[in-house]
Write a protein that binds this ligand. Structure first.
Ligand code: PLP
Length: 396
């Protein structure tokens, strides 16, 4: 059997069109984009063309896009940059309990080492943040609110514009981590109203190690990396020209295909969930049934461990993840599911399937078959499982 890759929220394969766009900048056009001779100018043109493509996808001015070395760096730049610029007058930061660690650990670092006071917004059972808590915790001491556009593990999409409106009343900045939504959902920064937005190339069939931060014109932000005047003084360091070209190409392709691909992935995800529900008893879907990333399905298989399911599927040539890739391998239940109130024993049985542009209906059906077998085997060995626990039945 060919390998089946259902882990597209962790990373995606590089598209051949993207590779083709990048190759000349790895092989021939080696100029430094800051050099003023022709070789340098060629690299500069490529960087600026990519910036224009990303800006078009975000509906912003190219001067509002800063290239970074990853989505993680963009998150760090947004949060630390805002806090270092404003924290003296406004030491309060707000985020949610279900953020990626690129956000959570950054806020925790600022609390521990730089005197920040942080509020962590609770989420409901479907992963939606508590808007009332946001309204009541905001004050004229709040520098920044950072809430992700959609969650990488369960796919829940947050009501960003509503949160932005609350922040405006208090003069707080709003940042969203759109690493999982850029190129998949509408990320029009004017419509969303955000001041800062992070994105990453490798989630949309672009190269690893390149991302970008949208910074609304006029936003006060300290830089994290000092040196030359690259990226209008926002981020020093000779540009990763080929990577940036790859991000631009991936963004352009994603925007062109976004709506149709979104529909296709939603159908595939629904097929997967229907298949799982009819083949396996005692399963539960995590996340919001409607406000969700099109290709993301998080499922708890009761009485067994998600890690064991993952390993069994891997032996059969299927890649998926338990919790998020960054934390798999640790026995801690996912912080996202814990915040959503999923009991620990169930959270430990969670598996995330994330579909992408190369997945097909046939693959979905094969995965359901393999899952049925694997879950039955694992439950047969599990002291927690009621006997004969795995042949069709109810799901919650
Ligand atoms: N934010 C979210 C929601 C993510 O899913 C990820 C990657 O998994 C990141 C940030 C980090 O992005 P990068 O891998 O580009 O550092």
């Amino acid at each position: 059997m060919d390998r089946i890759y259902f882990d597209n929220n962790a990373t995606t394969p590089l598209r051949s069109e993207v590779l083709e766009a990048m190759l000349p900048y790895l092989r021939d056009h080696y100029g430094n984009a800051s050099s003023i001779h022709a070789t340098g100018r060629q690299a500069r043109q490529a960087v600026e063309a990519a910036r224009a493509k990303v800006a078009q996808a975000l509906n912003c001015d190219p001067s509002e896009v800063v290239f970074t070395g990853s989505g993680t760096e963009a998150d760090n730049q947004a949060i630390k940059g805002a806090y270092f610029a404003l924290g003296r007058q406004r030491p309060h930061l707000v985020t949610s309990r279900i953020e990626h660690h690129a956000v959570l650990h950054t806020v925790e670092y600022l609390e521990k080492h730089h005197g920040a006071q942080a509020t962590y917004l609770e989420v409901d059972g479907q992963g939606l943040v508590n808007l009332e808590q946001l309204r009541s915790c905001l004050s004229d001491k709040t520098a920044l609110v950072s809430v992700m556009h959609a969650n990488n593990e369960v796919g829940t999409v947050q009501p960003i514009s509503e949160m932005v409106a609350l922040c405006r009343e208090r003069g707080a900045l709003f940042h969203t981590d759109a690493v999982q939504t850029f190129g998949k959902l509408d990320c029009d920064v004017r419509a969303l109203g955000v001041d800062l937005l992070s994105l990453s190339a490798h989630k949309i069939y672009g190269p690893k190690g390149v991302g970008a931060l949208y910074i609304r014109k006029g936003t006060r932000l300290h830089s994290l990396i000092h040196g030359g005047g690259h990226e209008r003084g926002r981020r020093a360091g000779t540009e990763n020209v080929a990577g940036i070209v790859g991000l631009g190409a991936a963004a352009e392709l994603a925007m062109r295909e976004r709506e149709e691909e979104c529909r296709r992935l939603s159908q595939l995800r629904d097929r997967l969930w229907q298949g799982i529900q009819s083949a396996i008893a005692d399963v539960r879907r995590n996340g919001h049934p409607e406000r969700s990333l099109p290709g993301t399905l998080s499922v708890c298989f009761r009485y067994i461990e998600g890690e064991s399911v993952l390993l069994m599927l891997d032996l059969k040539g299927i890649a998926c993840s338990s919790g998020s890739a960054c934390t798999s391998g640790s026995l801690e239940p996912s912080h996202v599911l814990a915040a959503m109130g999923v009991p620990t024993e169930e959270a430990q049985g969670s598996v995330r399937f994330s579909l992408g542009r190369y997945n097909t209906e046939e693959e979905v059906d094969q995965v359901v078959e393999v899952l049925k077998e694997s879950v039955a085997k694992l439950r047969a060995m599990s002291p927690l499982a009621p006997s004969a626990g795995c042949s069709g039945g109810t799901a919650s």
